[in-house]
Design a binder for this molecule. Sequence first.
Ligand code: 5GP
Length: 147
Amino acid sequence: MTIPAYDPNNIFAKILRGEIPSHRVYEDAHVIAFMDVMPQADGHTLVVPKAASRGLLDADPAVLGPLFTAVQKVAGAVKTAFAADGLVITQFNEPAGGQTVFHLHVHVIPRYEGVPLRQHGRGMADPAVLAAHAEKVRAALPAPGTA
Ligand code: 5GP
């Protein structure tokens, strides 16, 4: 599989540079996390490394530990905030793999017994609702420096 070059004009690179807004829930030295604008379930959150790579295969391996440490932290908060029965954690590579934004990211999606997910990348959420959801996730995260 040939991996195309990283394009710094992708939407998550713009969010990382602060050029477009997002409903941010978490940031540390290595990652930011924010609400997905087309959530497959309420609370659908994206965890995005600050380091540029298109997907998993071209990522610096040193990025992956801090990325998944943050995924674990955010996932716990999302599960608590949305009283989820479970979580699905996904990461897509290249269009054939379902990827639509070409900066490495991990989806954290609450799941409930018997409730199907909404479609991937369809149906823009109300910004006010996303803002309220982001606040719930932030409130469920441990205070910085405590975990
Ligand atoms: P992928 O298919 O690349 O794994 O997922 C990209 C995700 O980014 C989709 O779930 C989509 O809803 C979300 N997304 C696309 N554009 C934006 C945006 O401008 N802001 C945010 N917060 N999420 C976005």
